[in-house]
Design a protein around this ligand. Structure first.
Ligand code: NAD
Length: 369
């Protein structure tokens, strides 16, 4: 009937899939096959990007690709690995001000955690994506010396005393901390509604960097306490790293400054089962895209053995964000079932399965579940 077909057509979501490079291409292809094979109401576009787009359009993110991403209901990215593919993630993340890196860390029964008792690990590393040290503001010490000749460290040693060398700048602003701390509160609230602990754990090195990291800690605490209804705690990054390994089940939303979040999300991923299992979503105020935490893995690229779990779970986050929560939950449940069955696990999980074999098993689980 015209009315029902119109309504089902309008319920379909448009997804842009950008593989990037290396295993990114393999895991995004495998994930798209699952989404289509499962009959999810999605239309997948694969506009030109990275090296191929440089050859065909003279730019790694041509205007038509940028427009497709802006207009899509969901954007799924594979991995960058230098060159043109890095320009793609630069556009997706920094040029779109995707300031909140949401990196769920969850143990699935059957996954290869190095811990004896990984059951119940369920946290999110929330990485501030736009400030801190990570975006890379570097230069020659001579320039810094000219601009700030009196700049001295805690021992009184002035920057002029170092001679030649390089420097990097760490930036922390009140608006930047407030928006990521508010994001942390919303995330912790949402998780609390689903049985989470209602806790924000802030990670800095405020004992050594009181003006920058200490400011982040202070503003984050102000925001979380003013929000109310959540527990706030703070650990220095070295202690925080230890706690993520020793007491992972005690963590809920772990709010990290940019570089600390980059490092701790790999650490936490490994604790729960491995980097190949860690998904992410990067959010701005009116923008989001989804990608695995891992990179292009040149050591295994092209061999068809990459674990597609991180990208499948990123796709689940994307479906949820795009307004398909039931499909998102079904996809995650299917991934969990393949881990429980243990027959199609990839080499990083101690199995001998392939990318396509794992994805095929997820599709079978979706069809039979
Ligand atoms: P990596 O994440 O690519 O790989 C680290 C290790 O984990 C490798 O041994 C790799 O084989 C393994 N691994 C990663 N994903 C896996 C998967 N799905 N299945 C099985 N094993 C997996 O990190 P790297 O080697 O440090 O970096 C390689 C390139 O990726 C670099 O150019 C780096 O800049 C880039 N990178 C990109 C992103 C991104 O696109 N967001 C993130 C991290 C690294």
């Amino acid at each position: 009937m015209p009315s029902s077909s119109a309504s089902s057509a309008s319920a379909r979501k448009t997804i842009v899939a950008l593989g990037g490079t290396g295993i990114g291409v393999e895991v995004v292809d495998a994930t798209c096959e699952v989404l289509v094979g499962a009959g999810f109401p999605v239309d997948i576009l694969t506009p030109p990007h990275a090296e191929a787009a440089v050859k065909s359009h003279g730019a790694p993110m041509p205007e038509e690709t940028q427009r497709a991403c802006r207009e899509a209901d969901g954007v799924l990215f594979g991995a960058a690995g230098g060159g043109a593919s890095t320009a793609v993630v630069t556009w997706l993340r920094w040029q779109q001000t995707a300031y909140a890196g949401v990196r769920p860390i969850k143990y699935y029964t059957g996954a290869s955690s190095p811990l004896a008792h990984p059951e119940g690990i369920d946290m999110v590393i929330l990485r501030e994506n736009s400030e801190g040290l990570y975006p890379g503001r570097e230069g020659e010490l001579a320039d810094l010396t000219r601009a700030l000749p009196d700049l001295a460290d805690k021992t009184g040693k002035r920057v002029t005393e170092f001679g030649s060398g390089r420097f990097a700048v760490k930036v922390v602003t009140r608006p930047g901390v407030e928006r990521i701390a508010r994001f942390a509160c919303r995330l912790a609230d949402r998780r609390k509604g689903r049985g989470g602990k209602g806790k924000v754990t802030c990670i800095t090195k405020s004992n050594v960097l009181p003006k920058s990291d200490g400011f982040f800690q202070q503003v984050a605490e102000e925001v979380v306490r003013a929000h109310g209804g959540l527990t706030f705690e703070h650990f220095h990054v070295d202690d925080g790293a230890r706690r993520i390994v020793r007491f992972p089940q005690s963590m809920d939303v772990v709010l990290c400054m940019n570089l600390y979040g980059d490092i701790l999300s790999d650490l936490a991923a490994e604790v729960a089962g491995g980097l190949g299992m860690a998904p992410s979503g990067c959010f701005g105020d009116r923008w989001a895209y989804f990608e695995s935490v891992h990179g292009s893995a040149p050591d295994i690229a092209g061999r068809g053995i990459a674990n597609p779990t991180a990208t499948l779970l990123s796709a689940s986050m994307m479906l949820d964000h795009a307004g398909l929560p039931a499909e998102a939950a079904r996809l995650e449940a299917a991934v969990a079932r393949v881990y429980r069955d243990g027959k199609h696990l990839t080499a990083d999980q101690g199995g001998n399965g392939t990318t396509k074999g794992f994805a095929g098993a997820v599709l079978e689980a979706l069809k039979s579940g």
